[in-house]
Design a protein around this ligand. Sequence first.
Ligand code: NAI
Ligand code: 15L
Length: 269
Amino acid sequence: MSQKINRLLLTGAAGGLGKALRPRLNQFAQIVRVSDVADLGATAAHEEAVRCDLGNYDAMLALLDGVDAVVHLGGMSIDGPFEPILNANIRGAYNLYEGVRQKGVKRVVFASSNHVVGFHKQTDRLDATAPMRPDGNYGVSKAFGELLSRFYYDRYGVETVCMRIGSSFPKALDHRMLSTWLSYDDLTELIRCAIFTPNVGHTVVYAASDNKPSWWDNRLATHLGWTPKDSSDPFRAEVEANVPRLPADDPAAMYQGGQFVKFGPYPPA
Ligand code: NAI
Ligand code: 15L
């Protein structure tokens, strides 16, 4: 029988990845506490639903009651003006880590993003030591989350696996996604490794399927024992037939962050 923890908290459970993961997470925990600021819909037998704004610290403390590990997906998931990102991603990450410290939760799996390194060239191959080169407010907020989790490990021993997710959708939809795509099965297996591998400390892992060409090197995360099984290859012919290539000098074609490198600016309101 596979290993299970008692209670797993899933934030961002009403979002795209949250909806895809919910039916799968009872493999890993007896109880999955699903949370979001948005409506969570009907709950399965193994789920308990708690509405919570990540920016509200008291609500966060209550949310973490009795929790053994957290998969933190909640927050703004695209670039945009600073205020919503400040509340959900920056204050939200702070509230989560401070709450986790206070409640004695030992392990967080943090949905970081490729946009932490979005201003590296698509011709570069990056490992976890590559300098952060975020491509907007959103990427900066994910860089904050990664650094905050580093601090909470060094100072308080809270372990985190930062998943720098590429593009996790049912299909690879464009030329860039042929390199960045992550299948839901590979994501689920990465989360299993991130929850159950002993002594992950603070680990940064690029979360992409076994795509070619690949921009990312996970040799520094081999202790997780994660080997992606899927690949974007089955989508290649459809992308090549239907999606026009961007000119080579378009920044969205030059940089790993794609279109995100062209978003903004967002003057303060
Ligand atoms: P999504 O936007 O569909 O889901 C995010 C969820 O967070 C939403 O349900 C939203 O209501 C919730 N949320 C936003 N602000 C909140 C707040 N203040 N309090 C509580 N909940 C709040 O995004 P998706 O695609 O499901 O992504 C999940 C996570 O993975 C996000 O953190 C995203 O940044 C990250 N990620 C996703 C990638 C992908 O390809 N899907 C790629 C890289 C990172
Ligand atoms: C992300 O970080 C976003 O959350 C997701 O919606 C996609 O845009 C993805 O990156 C991507 O880079 O394709």
